[in-house]
Design a protein around this ligand. Structure first.
Ligand SMILES: Cc1cc2nc3c(=O)[nH]c(=O)nc-3n(C[C@H](O)[C@H](O)[C@H](O)COP(=O)(O)O)c2cc1C
Length: 134
């Protein structure tokens, strides 16, 4: 049954450092707990890639706040859809810092995302979830 909503976007960090990242993550975890949202944030100095999953209204509301946040730029929606289960049911926001196993900086700069289809983007998060439960 398609009873969970998920949204994935990417953006470019603005003023990326550990303090800013900690601030974003503590905001995310606190609010998401209240809003029944889970997900993950892939974060490194050239890209944020975030999955939000939960009730549609809560996810959309949170995304509207994220769109207005000046800690990142060029927020671009990649996926918005119903799905049958959460990828990160136990994580109000799992952070996956500075991994370069998926794309290198040059690929991100030259727009690797334009070449990725939905299932490849979702596979990124499924891979992170698998590593997380080890
Ligand atoms: C990259 C990034 C990811 C964020 N992720 C979330 C999130 O998952 N949940 C959330 O509530 N806020 C998240 N935020 C923070 C929101 O933009 C916002 O600051 C926060 O929800 C508090 O909003 P408010 O004080 O206007 O209620 C994120 C911000 C950034 C820059």
């Amino acid at each position: 049954m398609l009873n969970t909503f998920r949204l994935i976007y990417k953006s470019i960090p603005f003023g990326y450092d550990q303090n800013i990242l900690n601030g974003i993550l503590s905001d995310a975890i606190n609010y998401n707990k209240k809003n029944n949202i889970t997900g993950a944030l892939v974060c490194r100095d050239d890209i944020y890639l975030q999955l939000l999953e939960g009730p549609e209204q809560a996810v959309n509301y949170t995304y509207q706040k994220i769109l207005d946040d000046d800690r990142h730029l060029e927020v671009e929606l990649l996926i918005k859809e119903y799905c049958n289960k959460r990828i990160f049911p136990k994580w109000n926001m799992k952070d996956d810092p500075a991994k370069t196993w998926f794309w290198n900086k040059e690929e991100v700069r030259s727009g690797v995302f334009k070449t990725l289809n939905k299932s490849k983007i979702i596979a990124v998060f499924e891979k992170i979830a698998k590593e997380t439960s080890k």
